[in-house]
Design a protein around this ligand. Structure first.
Ligand SMILES: Nc1nc2c(c(=O)[nH]1)N[C@H]1C(S)=C(S)[C@@H](COP(=O)(O)O)O[C@H]1N2
Ligand SMILES: [Mo]
Length: 260
């Protein structure tokens, strides 16, 4: 740790200790007071205050459900079978040649195969997916926390959003402007339930649901959950992408922040 960082870090620890005490009074001490949990919170110079806030505030978590609540038929929506030659070739080979590129405003650009992502620490969550069209389904998602990849890559100071670039064109246009993309801010990017999912209901993610990898941003509507991920980039602004509103559907009139 750089010496100049110490005072603010210590100040934060004092504040966090106070809220751990408040949690204990409320009868929720088991997790917040366990030494393991605290060291997860307080180590790692790359963890931002945002991450720590998210972990300390259980109310900011999306509701998780028991396995018995999983929908027997999870509807597939939007693109369900991308028809580009590149995607077809990757799918034909079981995505063995696919790689997720991580770049943009990061210190250490990286590239991951599906096997490499599966070897990283995983998180599973059973959540309700709410589509703006008015339907909901509950599914189990397993993947790597986006925070893990972003921490490994190291965000540069001017990074403000994470951009997801997908393999599919939902709208066929001559200039390629119908390619699906999404952006989220860093609070959602580092949220513990924001995962890059490679499995659904304990099976490899089906093509209809975004194989080989899709993002889950559980506190927002379904259209934020970009499927068919090809790359993620840290960016400062999205005004120069698409039509400038930050996502395929925001460009077509929906809200960029689709909180539920
Ligand atoms: N790449 C891509 N991601 C996408 C879409 C899409 O068409 N293409 N549709 C979105 C919408 S509107 C919803 S509701 C969900 C649907 O996910 P599902 O097919 O697993 O139900 O994916 C979202 N992510
Ligand atoms: Mo949707």
């Amino acid at each position: 740790m750089r010496p100049d960082r110490r005072p603010s870090r210590r100040a934060f620890l004092t504040g966090a200790g106070a809220s751990a005490g408040a949690l204990a009074l409320a009868g929720c001490d088991a997790l917040s007071q366990s030494p393991g949990f605290r060291s997860v919170l307080y180590t790692g110079e790359d963890l931002t205050m945002l991450v720590q806030r998210a972990l300390l505030a259980p109310s900011s978590m999306a509701k998780e459900f028991p396995a018995s609540a999983i929908s027997p038929d999870f509807k597939a929506n939007g693109s369900t079978d991308p028809d580009s030659a590149d995607y077809r070739a990757l799918a034909a080979n079981g995505f063995a040649e696919w790689r997720l590129e991580v770049g943009g405003l990061v210190e250490r650009p990286a590239s991951y195969s599906l096997a490499e992502l599966r070897a990283l620490p995983a998180r599973s969550q059973i959540t309700r997916h709410d589509c703006v069209e008015g339907w909901s389904c509950i599914g189990k998602w397993t993947g790597v926390q986006l925070a893990t990849l972003l921490t490994a890559a190291g965000l540069k100071p001017d990074a403000r959003y994470i951009l997801f670039t997908c393999a599919d064109e939902l709208e066929k246009t001559l200039d390629g402007s119908g390619r699906y993309y999404e952006t989220i801010d860093l609070e959602d990017a580092f949220h513990p339930q924001t995962i890059l999912a490679y499995a659904m209901n304990d099976e490899p993610l089906p093509i209809a649901h975004g194989a080989p990898l899709r993002v889950r941003v559980e506190r927002q509507l379904g259209y934020k959950m970009a499927k068919y991920l090809m790359r993620i980039d840290a960016i400062e602004s999205f005004t120069d992408l698409g039509r400038g509103r930050g996502s395929f559907w925001a460009d077509r009139g929906y809200d960029w922040y689709a909180g539920i």
